[in-house]
Design a protein around this ligand. Structure first.
Ligand code: CU
Length: 170
C-alpha cells in the first residue's frame, strides 16, 4: 500500500471521527452538539444540537445542566412583529419519529447562563440533558465560531445573533 494511499485513508478516518459526535440513548440520537464561542467577557452563550427520536413514543427534553455554566435554560425564539424574541420554555417536545434541529437564529437553543470561563473555539465541554423518558443523557459540546451561520440564516438576525444583547438577569 502506498504511503499516499495511507495518508488519504488517515485523512478520511480523522474526518469521520470529527463528525462522529453522535450520542445514542435508547431511541434518541443526539448529533452536532455545538456552542457559540464567546467574545470578550460575555457571560452567556447558546448551545445547539439535533435530537432525533427514532422511537414509537413521544419524548421531551425537560432541562439541561453543564459544569461550565451556572444555569442552562431551554429557549425558544419567535418573531413578534419585526422583533425576534426569545423566551424560556419548560420543555422541548420531540415527538415519536421526529427530530428537533436547533439552529442559530430560529427555533430552539439551550441558553448557557453565567459562564464560569470564556468558551473558546475548539474547546469541548460536557452537557447533561434530562429527558422525560430517557432520563439523563450526557453529551459533549464542541465550541465553534458560529458567526458564519448567523449570516447564512434567513432574513434579519439583528438583536438575537449575539446573546450578549439580551437581558438575562433575574
Ligand atoms: Cu437564549
Amino acid at each position: 500500500m502506498s504511503l499516499r494511499l495511507l495518508v488519504a485513508i488517515a485523512t478520511l478516518l480523522s474526518a469521520a471521527l470529527t463528525h462522529a459526535h453522535s450520542t445514542h440513548a435508547g431511541p434518541l440520537e443526539i448529533e452536532q452538539a455545538q456552542a457559540r464561542a464567546t467574545v470578550g467577557n460575555q457571560a452567556n452563550s447558546a448551545a445547539y444540537m439535533e435530537i432525533e427520536n427514532n422511537g414509537k413514543t413521544d419524548e421531551a427534553l425537560l432541562s439541561a445542566s453543564s459544569p461550565v455554566a451556572d444555569r442552562v435554560e431551554i429557549h425558544s425564539m419567535s418573531m413578534e412583529g419585526d422583533v425576534m424574541k426569545m423566551r424560556a420554555v419548560d420543555r422541548l417536545d420531540i415527538k415519536a419519529g421526529t427530530a428537533v434541529k436547533m439552529r442559530p437564529g430560529q427555533g430552539y437553543h439551550l441558553m448557557l447562563l453565567g459562564l464560569k470561563k470564556p468558551l473558546k473555539e475548539g474547546d469541548k465541554f460536557p452537557l447533561t440533558l434530562h429527558f422525560r423518558k430517557a432520563g439523563k443523557v450526557k453529551v459533549t459540546v464542541q465550541v465553534a465560531d458560529m458567526t458564519q451561520q448567523d449570516t447564512q440564516g434567513q432574513g434579519d438576525h439583528s438583536g438575537h445573533g449575539d446573546h450578549a444583547g439580551h437581558d438575562h438577569q433575574h
